[in-house]
Design a protein around this ligand. Structure first.
Ligand code: GLV
Length: 394
């Protein structure tokens, strides 16, 4: 009998058993001590919900828009590097599940399936996440490829000019395809379903890069690729250049400070994603949900504010929306579903989250996702202001 999936943790447990340790660890890591990674999740638990009763709950709707696009709920799939290593053809499968559920899919630059692969297997536009490389021609070609594939938003990541250190990836020798060492082979031999699927696909390299970037025949290691190719000089001037080059909807990802949110507004972005890269970059930064209200206060009336980091349930989505996020992104939560059971698993993740959001709305006395607000929450005193800028430059 197939397992009964009632929450995202159920998918996580199956995912853990099915996927090689190297890729499981990649997903489950934050940088250095992982404080920010842990707090992204645990800070959601500090926020409680206000139960309201005797409210007509019939005819509820979680539907809204993100940058003008209709979405079935305020949730998009976040860009996740190496998704096609978690399950063969992972990006295609996740994009199909997102399309069926009526939410946007965002393809990472560091994906295994290419922009063209995903476009060929989907019917609705997806979003493309861009990393800025030193090679400007290559960046321009990526932008052109995204445009040609019909992508309707560019998600430009600003918090990864250099890669944060994740201890396990270094110890495991993370690469795509995986390097064959005695330890990795021994582990992969226990992951039969994963391996059989992987043998049936040709997509085992960084599909947007290999064969497209000059001189790159086999970009095996994420760490070496980022160290050599990512542009550490990325600044607001370059953001402006990319905005001009793209000319379409632009979402800036990795904003965690009100000052930077104001800069994003000045360059004319359509939305920002309050994010610390899932706790994978600057360990010691505050969680996304804790920074969200301050950033909403600073720019929320002029630009759409989205958030990611720690979203594992519909209750988390509700809390973020009530604090002013127009949309949220799930990364790890959809990878659990994908690794557990492919497209069906991503569909299950989205369905679990949609139901949780819908039921929580009802029990909070709300029928329309647009009516959610701070009045639905009980937030500890000091949730926003406990940490202050320190010193004379603060
Ligand atoms: C890349 O986006 C990563 O966080 O590994």
């Amino acid at each position: 009998m197939p397992p009964v999936i009632t929450n995202v943790d159920d998918l996580h447990a199956i995912y853990r058993r099915r996927v090689p340790k190297m890729f499981y660890d990649y997903c489950q890591s934050g940088s250095w001590t992982e404080q920010t990674y842990r707090e992204n999740e645990s800070d959601f638990d500090l926020i409680r919900l206000r139960q309201r009763v005797a409210v007509d709950m019939e005819g509820r709707s979680t539907a809204t828009t993100m940058i003008g696009r209709e979405v079935a709920m305020p949730v998009a799939l976040a860009p996740v590097g190496l998704t096609g290593m978690q399950h063969a053809d992972g990006e295609i499968l996740a994009a199909k599940a997102a399309e069926a559920a009526g939410v946007p899919f965002t393809l990472s630059t560091m994906s295994i399936c290419s922009i063209e692969d995903v476009a060929e297997h989907t019917t609705k536009p997806f979003w493309f996440q861009l990393y800025v490389m030193r090679d400007e021609d290559f960046v321009d070609r990526l932008i052109e490829r995204a445009r040609a594939a019909g992508c309707d938003a560019l998600v430009l990541t600003l918090d990864l000019q250099i890669l944060g250190q994740r201890h396990k990836d270094l110890k495991n020798g993370l690469s795509a395809p995986p390097k064959l060492t005695p330890a990795s082979v021994a582990n992969m031999m226990t992951k039969i379903g994963w391996g059989l699927n992987m043998l049936q696909t040709k997509r085992r390299f960084f599909g947007n890069i290999v064969g497209h970037a000059k001189g790159v025949e086999n970009a095996a290691s994420l760490a070496s690729w980022t160290n050599e190719q990512f542009d550490p000089r990325l600044d607001w001037e370059k953001v402006r250049r990319i905005k001009e080059k793209w000319g379409g909807k632009l979402i800036l990802k990795g904003i965690l400070d009100a000052e930077d949110a104001r800069m994003a507004l000045q360059v004319g972005a359509d939305a920002i994603i309050v994010s610390n890269h899932g706790g994978r970059q600057l360990d010691g930064a505050l969680s996304s949900i804790r920074m969200l209200p301050e950033i909403v206060d600073a720019v929320g009336d002029k630009i759409e504010v989205h958030m990611d980091g720690g979203v594992r349930s519909g209750q988390d989505v509700l809390k973020a929306v009530a604090l002013g996020a127009r949309g949220t992104y799930i990364g790890r939560a959809f990878i659990y579903g994908l690794g557990a059971m492919g497209q069906k698993g991503v569909a299950q993740t989205l369905e679990v989250i949609r139901k949780e959001l819908d039921t929580t709305m009802a029990l909070c006395g709300e029928k329309d996702v647009h009516d959610l607000g701070p009045h639905n929450l009980l937030v500890p005193k000091g949730f926003r202001g406990e940490w202050e800028p320190h010193g004379r430059n603060g």
